[in-house]
Ligand binder design. Structure first.
Ligand SMILES: Nc1ncnc2c1ncn2[C@@H]1O[C@H](COP(=O)(O)OP(=O)(O)O)[C@@H](O)[C@H]1O
Ligand SMILES: [Mg+2]
Length: 390
């Protein structure tokens, strides 16, 4: 007996008919309603009909030639019918559409033409997550760390931020997309697999395979390690989009160390991020580079999401933090003090500051993690319930 009721929204008549046959063919799901236009407002009668159908899943077909109406509809339905999971169907060669679908709240992104097998797998994944948690899991948030120039401290900050998020909220992944990955060294881990393995196996990547590519740090942080040698392997941005789609379905927080990698992949991952941390020191060359990097990232994304992290910060007479932020062209997000011997020893030993619980420095990374998660409703709720039980 079908377990899941499904609403199909597809403007194209053929696609609508095919999807209905495929959904019913899964025997796990049943199409209870099909809609031929993309509703544009909460008062649209189609939204009311979908609401009344109370589906567990809404499948939205994104036309290859005009994605915007479908993306707007997903956003609207995510808001108006929050208990239903949205599955997007579209073209995997359009990374911006995949990013748009994720932002609009889609839980799955499936390639067109879809097959019954793809749908069954997605339905089963959905049911399994619901059974495990008893509720819908919100998609995770991505924080990307890039540097203004090599040696600014991106890896140090990504590693310690990820450890801070793991210790406060759990379920955190650190993903190393730098051309040569240093995160494993900072954490004294010897990863057997890397981001490249996950990208090469996307066609069969499910939760358990993804987990098998991760290396676990003692406190629970999961590392998807970077490359341990320069490589000519050059995955497409669509492949990165699909990998990150999996990651945010799996982890609550995903910290990305891009370090000096400045290419379409970093730009795409930055676009998928809640915040981009641009790490710079306060010298003229670094701030000049920071301004170039933020311009590059903001060409395809939103500048407001980029925040300046001043590393090895020292007060300079006649040059304020506000001057540094205006030279870099982005708002100041955080400052990390200059503590060379503590930090370099931590890196050489593979025992990060957060793991040592080192006084002020560790407090600082906890502070950065709190600032980045302060608008996270779930975090607020947890804090409140903890407070109530005291
Ligand atoms: N806050 C800090 N104070 C002093 N030295 C630091 C600090 N952060 C990083 N460093 C030093 O800078 C070096 C480069 O840092 P790293 O995180 O590898 O930079 P990136 O990833 O941007 O290239 C480290 O080896 C460390 O010794
Ligand atoms: Mg680095």
């Amino acid at each position: 007996m079908p377990e899941l009721s499904v609403v199909i929204v597809a403007a194209d008549a053929d696609q609508r008919a095919i999807l209905q046959v495929l959904v019913d063919g899964t025997s796990v799901g049943q199409a209870v309603l099909t809609c031929q236009t993309f509703p544009t407002s909460a008062t649209d009668p189609i939204v009311r009909k979908i609401h009344a159908a109370n589906p567990q899943i809404i499948v939205v077909d994104i036309p290859a030639d005009n994605a915007i109406p479908a993306l707007r509809t997903m956003e609207l339905l995510q808001h108006e019918v929050p208990d239903s999971a949205i599955f997007a169907i579209g073209n995997l060669n359009q990374p911006q559409v995949i990013v748009g679908a994720m932002r609009a709240g889609a839980k799955e992104f499936m390639e067109r033409p879809t097959t019954t097998t793809d749908l069954i797998e997605a339905f089963v994944r959905h049911t399994a997550t619901q059974k495990k948690t008893g509720r819908e899991i919100a998609r995770g948030k991505v924080f990307t760390v890039v540097n203004a120039k090599g040696g600014s401290g991106a890896t140090t900050i990504a590693v310690n931020l990820a450890l801070a998020l793991q210790s406060s909220h759990g379920n955190t992944a650190l993903v190393d997309i730098a051309h040569l990955g240093h995160c494993g060294l900072h954490l004294n881990l010897k990863p057997s697999f890397s981001v490249g393995d996950a990208l090469r196996n996307l066609h069969r990547l499910d939760s358990s395979l993804l987990e098998s590519f991760m290396t676990r740090h003692s406190g629970g942080l999961q590392l998807l390690a970077g490359s341990n040698a320069p490589t000519t392997f050059d995955p497409s941005t669509s492949e990165f989009a699909r990998l990150f789609d999996m990651l945010v379905n799996h982890y609550r927080y995903v910290v990305v160390d891009a370090s000096s990698r400045l290419d379409a992949a970093t730009r795409l991952v930055s676009n998928m991020s809640q915040s981009v941390l641009l790490v710079s020191q306060t010298d003229v060359n670094s701030l000049w580079s920071a301004a170039r990097v933020q311009q590059y990232l903001a060409e395809t994304g939103k500048r407001e999401r980029i925040g300046l992290v001043l590393n090895r910060y020292r007060k300079i007479a006649g040059f304020s933090e506000a001057d540094a932020a205006s030279a870099a062209g982005v708002k100041l997000l955080w400052k990390v003090p200059n503590q060379f011997s503590v930090i370099s020893t931590a890196i050489d030993r593979g025992v990060p500051i957060m793991q040592q619980g080192h006084g002020d420095m560790a407090q600082g990374f906890h502070g950065l993690a709190s600032v980045l998660t302060e608008n996270d409703l779930e975090v607020k709720r947890t804090t409140w319930s903890l407070f109530k039980t005291v």
